[in-house]
Design a protein. Structure first.
Ligand code: CP3
Length: 347
């Protein structure tokens, strides 16, 4: 069965023409059918914890566009929520958590208690594996410990992660304890997803770009390496992608030292730099600006060609450099898929 899944063959070192395509946040508010299901579910986390509805919104973009991969519908903040730090999604504002402040707060997090909610997400994966077309790769995911910790310490999103960077400088022992819990919980969570039918994994480190080099090693590379090693011990040959957003000049080191099989490149990474440092050495994914997909038209088409011509000669997966935004016209996504799949794009 798996052999039919085209996207997975890039991990055997094959450059495919046309390249496989999926988009980060391909399920979401830009689709009217997502908004309808979301309204039925009530809260955002209710949607994540109702397998029938979570599977339904995962399938919506596959039905519309026939992407090569489907990403499980859930959120990186399922992990802190399952560990016992309640997460709320405030309409129009984003996630809110009661910030962790002390070693005692960290000690209260419970991996044993997380099993129940992790099990619900695994049930979504199981349904998806049954309902997806056989050729569609199913991607499981989690947030990387550093990025998840920024929400757990900061209590919400921020542009500079100042609260968490300060916490880690002030009390590295407690911060390490938190990262260790997140590593262990992430391995349990991802192992459950793979056993339920996920073909590959992606680890989202959306805020990797805010750390200086020593802290990048300690809070981004080391925990990611441990998660990847543990999962590969449990599931030899399992492809794992990293998304160290904003890692910039740390990217090649991230590739060499974490053991990931591929890197999702953010919008700011120059194509020639990706070509020179990552492409051909690992699977590369990316990196169209999500706002260019909102704009559409000739500039979008030009950039898509440029990306595919520069990166498509080596094992490559077409994607955005960050998630789809809600303002995206669904017909621009249809045009993008048509364009990436048009013969002779590499020409
Ligand atoms: O389709 C998919 O990509 C799968 C599902 C998915 C979601 N979030 C659904 C979601 C995935 C993989 C994520 C990852 C995620 N979540 C990240 C890492 C990637 C990134 O974007 O940097 C982060 C940092 C989060 C945390 C998060 N979730 C925030 C900050 C927000 C609020 C901002 C926003 O866009 O509303 C969310 C909510 C969220 N997660 C939505 C979706 C579809 C929107 C919620 C809604 O329907 O109201």
């Amino acid at each position: 069965m798996k052999a039919q899944r085209r996207l997975l063959t890039v991990f055997d070192g094959r450059a495919l023409s046309p390249p496989p395509i999926w988009l980060m946040r391909q399920a979401g508010r830009y689709l009217p059918e997502y908004r309808a299901t979301r309204a039925k579910a009530g809260g955002f986390l209710d949607l994540c914890y109702t397998p029938a509805l979570a599977a339904e919104v995962t399938l919506q973009p596959i039905r519309r566009y026939g992407f090569d991969a489907s990403i499980l519908f859930a959120d990186i903040l399922v992990v802190p929520d399952a560990l016992g730090q309640a997460v709320r999604f405030v309409e129009g504002e984003g996630p809110r958590l009661d910030p962790l402040r002390s070693a005692a707060d960290v000690a209260r997090l419970s991996i044993a208690a997380a099993a129940q909610k992790f099990g619900i997400v695994a049930e979504t994966v199981q349904r998806l594996r049954q309902d997806l077309p056989a050729e569609t790769t199913l991607i499981g995911f989690c947030g990387a410990p550093w990025t998840v910790a920024t929400y757990m310490i900061g209590g919400q999103g921020s542009n500079d992660q100042a609260a968490t960077r300060s916490f880690a400088y002030r009390d590295p022992v407690t911060f390490q304890a938190l990262v260790d819990v997140l590593v262990e919980a992430s391995v349990v969570y991802l192992d459950g997803q793979v056993r339920a039918g996920a073909d590959m994994l992606q680890i989202f480190d959306s805020w990797a770009g805010s750390l200086p080099e020593d802290e990048f090693d300690r809070w981004v590379i080391a925990p990611t390496r441990k998660i990847v090693a543990d999962l590969k011990r449990l599931h030899p040959g399992l492809p794992v992608m990293g998304f160290p957003r904003g890692a910039g000049l740390h990217g090649a080191r991230f590739m060499r030292e974490t053991g990931v099989d591929g890197i999702s490149c953010d919008t700011s990474m120059p194509l020639q730099h990706i070509r020179g440092t990552l492409s051909g050495r690992t699977v590369v994914q990316g990196n169209l600006d999500p706002l260019l997909l909102v704009a559409g038209g000739a500039p979008l088409e030009r950039r898509v060609r440029e990306i595919v011509r520069t990166l498509g000669v080596n094992p490559f997966i077409f994607n955005l450099g960050h998630g789809i935004v809600p303002e995206t016209p669904p017909e621009h996504v249809a045009r993008l898929v048509e364009l990436v799949r048009s013969p002779g794009l590499l020409g």
